[in-house]
Each structure stands twice: as structure tokens, then as C-alpha cells.
Design a binder for this molecule. Structure first.
Ligand SMILES: Nc1ncnc2c1ncn2[C@@H]1O[C@H](COP(=O)(O)OP(=O)(O)OP(=O)(O)O)[C@@H](O)[C@H]1O
Ligand SMILES: [Mg+2]
Length: 571
């Protein structure tokens, strides 16, 4: 078959070609072609050396056909007759659920391989349903590199099997009907898009790039005028990527997490139609409509991964034969959204880990500087001051004594400033005696800068209700969130008064910082890192952070951090 992809890159036949090639052969596309493509795609997605699709016979007790990829013709001849569905292959027939094994030979139902069969250990089997009925099973064996198949492999292949079911259904019904080929082509495109996303995931863990790719591919898939991804990040719904015709500056804006249509789609875990009567006002008032996105029609599909919502895909206005999207569009987009969600969730995890390391490194760096300044600079300034003061006592009065006296006073001020800086960088109290003392110092310093602070701290450890302190990650987050909020209150809000409350219940630490400053519009874009950093810290600890502010009426920051104590880890 075809060994060179369209881009001109030479590729091994059957390795990369899959659906890139599918486009070229659509003219002769029939069921067999689709089946082969599916096996190829499954193999590529999971990194399996061998792939096969067993098609059930009418009775659905045996395999009628067995389409293999990865085994060459000579080897196939040597192995003898193709399997009909006994042993582990049969297991999937009687029990059509994904089956993932580290060693297929160790399964109680294994009945061994023919003597000439290539050795196989790692195994992944996934049923393929067509029109709600079992059609056959995808079998994958031997992950390249010799590892086991992962849960993510399983998830990806299950998704592919869903799409394959659609493609097979179409191929069976419509192969010879020209007008339906377009539909078939689109299903193959959906398969293709899924593969692309999975392929991108292989080497790509950059969340922004994945979001961009999802936006472009998804828009093309249903020929929408525009696609927007609203992504949930630490309690906020952020426009994370867009493709097509959208207003400038849209990406980076936020929509309401409570009242927007996107929030409703996430809560109900169902696709919502923008053009339906009760939905439109929410779209216009709280969602994308408010940000200048026009829509005659649209779909809002939640991005669900393992039962958890990560955001929504929004498509507006079908370009061809639109503006409304068809039920078929919806099905395609939902299948696509499922694999996109896998990619996004994986990239999120990688990104979170990266951020956690960066934050930890930054804290370490601060601590290093604090130590350096304290042990080095501060100590030598202090000894200089002691030396000068001693000379001053012995010196006769005169201009020289005056100058020395002035220098001593200056040194004392500098030492004071430097001490404050060291504390700012790394409050010793946070390391030694805990969050409460560190926060008290923080409030004290804010007072010295003219901000009246009412402080209420009720932490379980400090009051003897819990045996252990929170982990240093949690304590640092509490401290830094209050620090940033108080700094912002003074620096931007010019507040006179702030209330800080830190309390905890069984599971959660609640932090509130309220100021009486000038307030601001929280949907404005900013170049600062303070609010972003607070959100990141909360997000990385699986907590939430909410900021309420109205110009002229002060600002309230609310954070909730799940309690984590030092017992499990070294204190
Ligand atoms: N308490 C507040 N009162 C008034 N405006 C605020 C308050 N907190 C934040 N802001 C506004 O939000 C913007 C972003 O705050 P953020 O802390 O992210 O950045 P920054 O303080 O400007 O810079 P950085 O924190 O990186 O030094 C500020 O520039 C300010 O306009
Ligand atoms: Mg700030």
C-alpha cells in the first residue's frame, strides 16, 4: 500500500499512514478498509507491536474473521489457522469489557499459543460495539519497549473503539451510497483527529499547545465558524484557546463559574444547545455572549475525564448547511471531546507537577537567600556596628565622633531593613514554630506600613486539637496567600483596614482576607503574578481560591485548602 504520507516524510508502511492515508483511499473505502484502519489506529495509539480485530459471527459466540496487523504473511502461514475465539480471546466475547493483562499466558483462561506464535505477554482487549450490539473485539499485544499497557492506553483504545463502532456502522450501511460517503468521511476524520490528539500527547505535554490543537481540530471536525475552549482552573473558568472567528483578546478572559451556560454543562455533564430557549440568555448574559462571541446556534460539550469535568468545548454556527449542528455533529464532537479531555487532563497533571517543582524551587531559593543574607551580610553589618560603637565610646568628642555616630545610626536602620527583608523572604517562624506565629508577624509588619489588621487565627494544631502541623506546602500556601493579599490591599487598594480569618474544620483550612480598599474588576487582564500565584498554590493543593471585588467596595479573597498533615511525611 502507500508508504509515503502526504507531507512527503517517508514512513514505514502501516506505521504512521493510518488515517492520513485513509483520506487518499476514501474513494474505495469499504468495510474492510475501515477495519484495517481501526486495527492500525489502535496499535499506534497504544504502542502495541501486534494488533488484531476479531469480528463475531452471527451467533456471537465465535470469531468469524480475524484481521491482524504486525504479523507478516510468512509468519501467519507458519502459525496456521487464525483463532476463532477460545481462551482469553473468548473471555472478551462472553464478557465484553476491557481486559488488560501484564501476562496473557498467566490468565486462568489462557490455553496457550500455537508453537510458531511470536511470544506475547502484555495484552489489552477492548470490545467494539456497533449500533449498541457487540460487533467484535480489538486485541493488542506486546507494548513496544516491553512494558505493560497503561490505564491511559486502555482509555484511549476504548475511545477509539467507540469511534470505530460509528465508522463500521456507517461503512456497513452506506458504503455504496455516494451521498452518505460524506458522513463516513467525517467519521474517519473524527478517528483521525483522535489519533492526532493521542499522537500529540506522545511527545507533547505542553497544555497550551494541546489546547490549541484541540481547538483547531475540533472546529474543522464539525465545520464550525468558531470553537472556544473554556477551561476550569482552580475555581475559575478561563477561555484557554480558540479557533476560527472570535473577537480579539478573547483568550485569557474569564466567564462566570456559577451562572454561565458552560457551568451548567459541566454540572449536568451533558451537551447543551446554545440555541435552545432557556440556554440562550445564560450564554448572552454570563458566558461567551458577554465577551462578544455571536452565535446563531451552538453546542457546548463538557470535557469529562474519569467522571471529572475539566472544561467545555463550545462550537458556534455550522458553516455548511448551518447554522444549527446536527445530532451526528454532536455525536462526533462528544467522541472527540472525550479523547481531548484525556489529553488535557494528562497535560494538566504534568503541568501541575512542573509548577509544584517550580514553586518548591522558588521557596528553596528564597530560603537560601534569606540564609545567605542573614548569615553573611547581616552578621558582618552587625559586627561592623559593634566595632564602631566601641570606638565611639572611646573617641573624644569632635567631628570624627559625630561622623561615626551617624554611621552607627545608619547601620542600625540598614540592619533593620535587611532583617525585614530576610523575614519577608523566608519567615523563620514558619519553619520553627508554625503558621500562627508567622502570620502574626506578617500582620505586625502590615500594621507598621499603615494597614490596620484584625486577625483571627484558629488552627487545630496550635490549639491542641490536632497532633501534627500541616505539611510545609500547606503552611507556606496559607502564609503566601495572606502575604500577597495584604500587600495588594496596601499597594493597589490603598486600604486602611483589613480583616484576616484563618480557621479550619475536619478537612479544610479556610482563609479569608477582606480589605476596605478601592477594589477592582476581577475580569480585567493583569500582568502581575500575585493573584496567579495564589491560584496556583491553591490549585496545586486541590484547593480553591475565589476573589470578589467591586470597584469602590473593597476586595475579599477566600481560599479553601484541604488539610494535609505531616504524619505521613517526615515532619
Ligand atoms: N486588594 C486589591 N485592591 C485593589 N486592586 C487589587 C487588589 N488586589 C489586586 N488588585 C488588582 O489586580 C491586579 C493584579 O494583582 P496581582 O497581585 O496579580 O499583580 P500585581 O500586584 O500588580 O503584581 P505582583 O503581585 O506580581 O507584584 C493589580 O494590579 C490590581 O490592579
Ligand atoms: Mg500583587
Amino acid at each position: 500500500m502507500i508508504g509515503v504520507a502526504e507531507s512527503g516524510r517517508a514512513v514505514a508502511p502501516g506505521m504512521l499512514g493510518v488515517l492520513d492515508v485513509a483520506r487518499d483511499v476514501l474513494g474505495e473505502l469499504d468495510l474492510d478498509v475501515v477495519l484495517e484502519r481501526v486495527v492500525e489506529a489502535a496499535r499506534e495509539l497504544s504502542g502495541a507491536r501486534y494488533g488484531a480485530l476479531g469480528v463475531l459471527d452471527r451467533s456471537r459466540t465465535e470469531l468469524e474473521r480475524f484481521i491482524t496487523v504486525g504479523v507478516d504473511e510468512v509468519a501467519r502461514q507458519r502459525i496456521g489457522p487464525l483463532p476463532t475465539g477460545k481462551g482469553v480471546l473468548g473471555e472478551l466475547i462472553t464478557n465484553p469489557r476491557p481486559l488488560r493483562l501484564a501476562d496473557v499466558g498467566a490468565h486462568p483462561h489462557s490455553y496457550g499459543f500455537p508453537p510458531e506464535h511470536a511470544p506475547m505477554k502484555a495484552f489489552l482487549g477492548v470490545p467494539v460495539m456497533v449500533g449498541g450490539e457487540p460487533f467484535g473485539n480489538l486485541y493488542l499485544a506486546e507494548k513496544v519497549g516491553g512494558e505493560e499497557f497503561s490505564e491511559d492506553d486502555e482509555h484511549a483504545v476504548v475511545r477509539l473503539a467507540d469511534l470505530a463502532g460509528l465508522a463500521i456502522d456507517h461503512a456497513r450501511r452506506y458504503t455504496r451510497v455516494e451521498s452518505q460517503r460524506v458522513e463516513l468521511r467525517r467519521t474517519v476524520d473524527a478517528l483521525d483527529a483522535t489519533i492526532q490528539i493521542a499522537r500529540a500527547l506522545g511527545g507533547e505535554t505542553d497544555l497550551e499547545r494541546i489546547l490549541g490543537l484541540v481547538a483547531k481540530r475540533g472546529r474543522a471536525l464539525v465545520s464550525a465558524r468558531a470553537l472556544v475552549i473554556e477551561h476550569e482552573r482552580a475555581g475559575e473558568m478561563v477561555i484557554a484557546a480558540a479557533a476560527g472567528d472570535v473577537p480579539e483578546g478573547l483568550v485569557g478572559q474569564r466567564v462566570d463559574l456559577h451562572d454561565s451556560l458552560a457551568a451548567a454543562a459541566l454540572r449536568t455533564r451533558r451537551t447543551l444547545r446554545v440555541d435552545e430557549a432557556p440556554n440562550r440568555p445564560r450564554f448572552e448574559r454570563y458566558g461567551l455572549g458577554r465577551l462578544g462571541v455571536n452565535a446563531d446556534a451552538g453546542l457546548m460539550v463538557p470535557l469529562m475525564f474519569r467522571g471529572q469535568g475539566h472544561g467545555v468545548l463550545v462550537v458556534v454556527d455550522r458553516l455548511k448547511g448551518g447554522p444549527a449542528f446536527t445530532a451526528e455533529d454532536q455525536r462526533l464532537l462528544e467522541a472527540f471531546a472525550a479523547s481531548a479531555a484525556t489529553a488535557i487532563a494528562t497535560a494538566e497533571t504534568v503541568e501541575a507537577e512542573r509548577r509544584r517543582q517550580t514553586l518548591a524551587a522558588a521557596e528553596q531559593e528564597r530560603a537560601r537567600w534569606a540564609r545567605e543574607l542573614h548569615d553573611g551580610t547581616l552578621q558582618s553589618l552587625a559586627s561592623l556596628r559593634v566595632g564602631l560603637a566601641a570606638r565611639l565610646r572611646r573617641a573624644p568628642p569632635g567631628p570624627l565622633a559625630d561622623a561615626v555616630s551617624e554611621a552607627v545610626a545608619q547601620l542600625e536602620t540598614d540592619i533593620g531593613n535587611l532583617r525585614a527583608l530576610v523575614t519577608e523572604l523566608r519567615p523563620a517562624a514558619l519553619d520553627d514554630v508554625g503558621a500562627q506565629a508567622a502570620i502574626r508577624n506578617l500582620a505586625e509588619r502590615a500594621r507598621s506600613h499603615g494597614l490596620e489588621v484584625d486577625l483571627t487565627i484558629d488552627l487545630a494544631y496550635e490549639h491542641g486539637r490536632a497532633p501534627d502541623r500541616h505539611t510545609s506546602e500547606v503552611e507556606t500556601a496559607i502564609y503566601r496567600i495572606i502575604q500577597e493579599s495584604l500587600t495588594n490591599a496596601t499597594k493597589h487598594g490603598e486600604a486602611h483596614h483589613a480583616t484576616v480569618i484563618v480557621e479550619e474544620d475536619e478537612t479544610t483550612v479556610h482563609i479569608t482576607i477582606q480589605d476596605d480598599g478601592r477594589g477592582f474588576d476581577t475580569t480585567d487582564k493583569t500582568s502581575g503574578f500575585g493573584l496567579l500565584g495564589m491560584r496556583e498554590r491553591a490549585g496545586l493543593l486541590d484547593g480553591t481560591l475565589e476573589i470578589q471585588s467591586t470597584p469602590g467596595q473593597g476586595t475579599t479573597v477566600n481560599a479553601a485548602l484541604p488539610a494535609r498533615r505531616r504524619t505521613a511525611q517526615a515532619a
